[in-house]
Structures are given as C-alpha cells and as structure tokens.
Design a protein around this ligand. Structure first.
Ligand SMILES: *Cc1c(COP(=O)(O)O)cnc(C)c1O
Length: 389
C-alpha cells in the first residue's frame, strides 16, 4: 500500500459476524442484511459477495438508487442480486418507476404510497411486491398501529394480480437500551396489529429485529431479522452491562501514514486555533489523514492513534487532511510508519465504538462518515486485495 491513508475491510470478520447472527436466530429465521449507505460506509461490493455466499433472505436498502446498484451488480462488476431487495424508507413520489423497473420491494407507509406503487406496476405491466411498515413508536414512517382498522382493509383491497402483499414489519426505537420495556411494548403493539390484518399470517414475511434486538431478544425474531451494525463490527448495544457477550468482530480499520516527524521546543503550538502548546521538548508526528477522510474533527485533543503498537494522543485540532500526534512516547517511530486510527496494532486496539464515544456519536455515524477519499483494502485471511470505490 502506497496510499496516504486507507480503510481495511476484514471480510473474514464480516463473515464471522453474519454467522454469529445466524447461530443466534437459528436456521429457520431469514436474515435481511441492511446494506444501506454503501453497507454502512464500507463502500465495497465485496461485502455483498460475502453475504450472498451465506444465503440471506434478501437485503435492505434505504434508497431506490442503492437497490438498483445491487440489481445491476455495481455496474456489472459483480453478479447481480436476484433476492428480494427492500427499500425500507418511503419511496418519494416520482421514484416508483425506477424502483419498479428494478423489481424492488417497496415498504409502504400510507395508502397514497401504495396507490403510486400500484400505478407503477400497471405502467410496467408487471407484478410488484410490497411490505407494510407498522409504526409502533418510531414515528418516522409506517401506518399507525392504533389505526389498523382503517388502513388494513384498504391495503388488502388494493392487492391484485399486479400487487403482492408479501411482508409486514416494524422497527424498534430502543433495542439497544438496558431496559427492554419499550421493545416489549412495541412488540405487543405489533402483535396486536398482526392479529387484525385481513390476510393470513402465513402469506406474509414478518420482521422486526435490528442487530440489537436480534442479538438480545429471541422472542422478537419472527420470520426474519434485519441486522446492520453488528455485521460491520459496531456494537449493537454498547452501553448495556453484558455488552461483551454480544460483541461483534471488528471489520473496519482506518490507517494512515506517518508523513513527518519533528522535535519541537516548549511553546510550540499546533493546528488551527493553536489549541495545544508543547510544555517541554516534544516529538510530534504528522499523519496523512483528516476530517476530509471522515476522521471526526471532535477527536482533536481527545482521541488517540496507535504507532508501533503503542497509543499516542492526538494533539491540536484535526485539519481536513492532516492530524498531529504526540510521539514522545514512541521515539523510534519513523516517517512512513503505518498508524492506526481505528483497529488494532500489536496488543493495542481502538474500536469504532471507542471513537464514536469520544466523538459523542454512534459507530454508525463514524462508519458512514468514512469518505471515498480513503481507498478500501480488502482482507480475507490472505494478502490484501486493493479496491477503490
Ligand atoms: C438501519 C435499519 C436496520 C438495521 O439496524 P442496526 O441497528 O444497524 O442493526 C433495521 N431496520 C431498519 C428499518 C433500518 O432502517
């Protein structure tokens, strides 16, 4: 690798995390890997190859464009995906035609949306599938569970030769919380809704669980689960007590080159705003990575990096392209060294959850924030196989 900085994706760990979920849910429950936002920022179609080999029920995307990308095999670079692809957000008016052409499965939240989906099916002279989303407390999309009497029959009436009702789902808002009460409440609301649907439960794929729910509550596994963050190595519930028991294998590492080293006298300042001043002679190292690569700017004077197996502090503000660390504790460090911002080196490890905590956000935002400027390097047991997307 001659790059200044890059993202490593450990496909073996990804596969292991998938299999951990498989073990947890058993062989009868379908797995719908959530691959939205470029597989949570991993941005590598090789991720899909790993999932395809494991035989998932289908995939979940957030946008029509993401679904089309899967169907078209990332511009023909991979085999096209033929399994169901759920667009888990409401398709905006006007987006139905493209979604229909790609035979995506719409997730329907209101009757207008269903009518537009139906019209798209007629225009295409095809049959389209849809899942109904039930809002049991998430409040962003879905039919209100309290009004099932008014919408369920109307939905059923629209089903016909061109429109197949194939699934129903809900989404938990606090499956990562220590207290499972809200999951229980939402699950009861969902069960209540299911019991009032004018279709046979057998004809529908019923799903609810995200990573945290899939790992923590077998009683909500239903017919399929929709894990995301766990697959990509983010802890699904970092704040709960038995967190270690459900930890995924780390999948993503972020590394950068040590570009230069200087010994600076007391009083020397570093970075915009000069927020760090050397108190004595210090050895500083400049890393070829910054917030323009997705390293959170909030890690300035707070985060750390691993150099030659040892942790060093990030000093001063992070710039768009550069970050400075205090190398006083690793005097043998040399320009060209590979420095780890996320991942392990020697006995040290910086997890994506640690970085998220320091940046006062969640692992999801750290991963999806890794920009395309960082080439993606695939590791799968053997030698790295580089790929840039
Ligand atoms: C993103 C998403 C998921 C996956 O959630 P994780 O916490 O990443 O496992 C599941 N369902 C829906 C509807 C989502 O939008």
């Amino acid at each position: 690798m001659r790059s200044r900085a890059w993202v490593e994706i450990d496909l073996t760990a990804l596969r292991t995390n998938y299999r951990t979920i498989r073990e947890r849910v058993g062989s009868r429950v379908g797995i719908i890997p959530m691959v939205k936002a470029g597989c949570y920022g991993l941005r590598s179609p090789a991720v899909i190859d790993v999932f395809e080999a494991e035989g998932p029920w289908g995939y979940g995307v957030a946008t029509v464009a993401e679904g089309i990308e899967l169907r078209e095999g990332f511009d023909g670079r991979r085999p096209p995906v033929r399994r169901p692809i759920l667009v888990v957000t409401p398709i905006p008016p006007g987006g139905e035609q493209d979604a229909a052409e790609a035979q995506l499965t719409a997730c329907i939240s209101d009757l207008d949306g269903l009518d537009r989906w139906s019209a798209a099916a007629r225009r295409q002279r095809t049959t389209l599938d849809f899942h109904v989303e039930v809002d049991t407390g998430m409040g962003r999309a879905g039919f209100d569970w309290r009004e099932v009497q008014s919408w369920a029959t109307a939905v059923r009436e629209r089903v016909g030769p061109q429109l197949r009702w194939t699934g129903v789902f809900t989404h938990f808002h606090s499956a990562d919380a220590a207290d499972g009460t809200s999951v229980e409440v939402q699950w009861e609301r969902f069960q209540d809704t299911l019991s009032r649907l004018p279709v046979s439960r057998e004809d529908l794929v019923v799903h609810a669980a995200n990573s945290a729910a899939a790992m923590r509550w077998p009683e909500v596994h239903a017919d399929a689960v929709r894990p995301g963050i766990f697959l990509y190595g983010g802890h699904p519930a970092p704040d709960i007590e038995d967190a270690a028991a459900i930890a995924p294998k780390p999948v993503v590492a972020v590394r950068a080159r040590l570009a230069m080293i200087r010994d600076v006298p007391p009083g020397t300042t570093v970075g915009y705003g000069a927020t760090h001043t050397a108190r004595s002679w210090e050895r500083w190292g400049t890393l070829d990575i910054g917030y323009g690569d997705g390293l959170p700017r909030s890690l300035g004077n707070r985060g750390s990096a691993i150099v030659r197996g040892r942790r060093v502090p990030i000093i001063g503000r992070i710039s768009m392209d550069l970050t400075v660390v205090d190398l006083s504790g690793v005097p043998e460090a040399a320009p060209g060294d590979i420095v780890t911002l996320i991942g392990s080196d020697g006995g040290e490890e910086i997890t994506v959850d640690e970085v998220a905590g320091q940046a006062q956000t969640i692992s999801y935002e750290i991963l999806t924030g890794l920009t395309p400027r960082l080439p993606r390097v695939l590791l799968d047991g053997g030698a790295p196989d580089s790929e840039t997307r």
